[in-house]
Design a protein around this ligand. Sequence first.
Ligand code: 0O2
Length: 241
Amino acid sequence: MLTARAQRTLETIDGQTLDEMRALRDETERFMLRYKFGMDEVITKLSILREEFSQTHDYNPIEHISSRLKSLDSVIEKMQRKGVDPSFETIRETITDIAGVRVTCSFVSDAYRIFELLTAQRDIRVLRVKDYIKEPKENGYQSLHVIVEVPVFLSTGAHPVAVEVQIRTIAMDFWASLEHKIYYKYDRQVPQELLDGLTDAAHTAAELDARMERLHREVHGAPPATVLGVHPVAGQAGIDV
Ligand code: 0O2
């Protein structure tokens, strides 16, 4: 329902402008839809791995998969923050986390294992890796980020779409979600005392992860060899591939 003021503004817009506004709306919807499809593809890939593990192995490295499509407002805010041109082409090139998938694992080794299994797939192209597990952020944030490109097959052909995948342990995820809430509660002006407490808690979470992994190995042995045999991101934090 429009307000009287919005209604009056609308009445001053000529037909051509209205047509242009409609065309922009339609193009924006098509633009965002491709990200949704790309995200769906990555979720399907991860869900297949998860189901395969639960059917054929006695252990499943994936605890949880979640996803989110960035809102148009957030895309515009990030665009302005980065000072990029308001064109679809530039947004496609510079904002690579419009589609986001998060995978939660029990152990650090599982996070790398999922990374390897996903990025070894033939239709996946790795655009960028940020290994915040190997090199945590100053505030303590830990997570393995990979921007992958997947082909989305539409009636017009194949369209490569970037999807950000964040892979982390339950402890890292617990920390990140609390930190995110605190950050917003204090409108990004978090008191130093709380920031120190959060960094301390991040160290505790990392210690817990290391301990749990040791215990798990005592019971189950070392994890089986992965597709690539090594952690491909080890030593490559923040690389552009
Ligand atoms: P939201 O709400 O999750 O979308 P770039 O995208 O590479 O230009 P950016 O955004 O710094 O630059 O990339 P980076 O470091 O890979 O971070 C991307 C996402 O990781 C963030 O998205 C968060 O989801 C998460 N993240 C990064 N650092 C932190 C942190 O210190 N704490 C928490 N809780 N999450 C973090 P958005 O767009 O910020 O948010």
